[in-house]
Design a protein around this ligand. Sequence first.
Ligand code: 5AD
Ligand code: SF4
Length: 448
Amino acid sequence: MIYLLKTFGCQMNVADSDFVESHLRSLGFKPAKDEKKADFVFLNTCTVRQQAENRALSYIGRLKFIKNKNAGMKVIILGCAAERLKKTLKTDFPIVDLVVGAKDIEHFPYLFDRVFGNEIVAHQKSKILDSRLKPSGMTSQKKLTPCPLPLTPTVSAFVTIMRGCGNYCSYCIVPFVRGPEKSRPLDEIISEIISLVKNGTKEVTLLGQNVNSYSGHGSRVTSGKYDFSDLLAEVNKIKGIERIRFMTSHPKDLSDKLISAMTSLDKVCEHIHLPLQSGSDKILKKMNRGYISKDYLKLVSKLRKNIPEISITTDILVGFPGETKKDFKNTIDIIKKCDFDFLFAFKYSPRQGTSASKLKGDVAQDVKEKRLAEILKLANGISIKKNAKLIGTIQEALVCEDRNGIFVGNTRTNKKVFVVSNKNLLGKIVKVQIVESKINSLIGKHIQ
Ligand code: 5AD
Ligand code: SF4
C-alpha cells in the first residue's frame, strides 16, 4: 500500500505526523510522490487561524477531483481543523473516509486499524508468498504510548513532552482542539530520546504549547515531580545528545530556575522562542496573557544578561479587538527595545468558541494589513542588522541537510547557515566562519 501524508501547521503537527507515519511504515506502507497513485491520502490540519483552516478545506476539495480518477483512494483527515469540524467534515466532504481529531491522535493506530484493518490484512496476505507468515503491524490496543521510533534516522528530532494547553489565551483555539495540558512522564521522554540517539539523532527539540509549565512524574525508574528545568537536566545527561532546544516558552512561566538551567547545562542551546503578542498592557490583559510589557522587558534583559549570545524570537498578533493606534505604537516600541532576532507576526483571526471572538472593537482588515506590514518591515530591518553583526564570527553548525554539496545547518542560536564544502558534512557539528548574512540565514565557510 502506498500513502501520501501532507502536514499543515506547527511543529506539534509535524511531530504528530511522524507518529502517524511510523505506524503506517510498521504496516509496510510506502510513501507516494503524489496523490494520483496513493491508496491512502492523509492530511494533518491546522485551525489556529481561519486561513489555515481554509487551506485544509480547499485541499480536501481538490482531492475530490483526484478521487474521480483514483476511485480506490482513501482520505483521512487528522489534526486541529479535523477536531473542530469533526461533526460535519464527513457530510460536507463525502470523499472523507476517516476523521481523527487532534485530541485522538494518540489513538491513531487503533482507530486506523479498526476501520481499515481487514483491507490491509487482505492486501498483506496477497503479497506474502510464504503462507506460514502472518501479516504484521496491527494493533488492537486503544491506548498506545506515543513513542514512535524515528522513520528515518534524523540528526535533529522533535520530541513531544506535553500535549494540549491550559492557558486559555482569549484569542486561541488550541485549548479547545488539543484539550487540557498534559505532561508526559519523564521516563517515557528519556527512553524516547535514548532510542533516537541510537538512530543517529544529535539534537532534540522538546515540544509543548508552554514547555515552561512542564510537570511530569517519574514512572518506572524515577519517582517524584519534575519541572521543566529538571527535565532539561535529565536530558542533558544523555550520552550522544549534543544539543537541546525547546519551544514554546510562555513569558508568565519563565522562571529564574530555567534561566539558570539554560546557563549551566552545556547542551541547552542559546535560543528562546518567547511569544510577546502585544506591547500594550490593555491588550495583554484582554488576551489573558498573565504579564504586562514591563515584565516581558525584564525577562528579556535577564536573559541577555545571563546568556549574552542568546537569540530571542517571538510571535506578534496585530489587530486584536480594541487595538488602537496607541496600543499598536506600544507594540512597535517594545519590538525596538527587545531587538528580536526574528519574529512571526499574524493578523488576528476570530476563532469560534474563544472568548475574544465575542469582543467588540473589530479592527478593519486594511488596518490589520497595514499594521502587519509595518511590523514586518521593522522586524526585517532588525534581523538584517543582527545577522550582519555575525559576519566574521565563528559559529558552531549542526548540518542536517545536503543539497547537492551545499550543506544546510543551524547555529546554536537557531539560525540557518549554508556551508559549501567538498567534504561530506551531513550529520556533523562543524565550525564555520560567517562570510555573508541575509534576513533569516547566514552563509559560512567550513573551517574545522
Ligand atoms: N489569530 C491570529 N493569530 C493567532 N495565534 C494564535 N491564535 C491566533 C488567532 N486567533 C498566533 C499567536 C501564537 C501563534 C502560534 O499563533 O501569535 O503565538
Ligand atoms: Fe494558545 Fe495561549 Fe496555549 Fe499558546 S499558551 S497554545 S497562545 S492558549
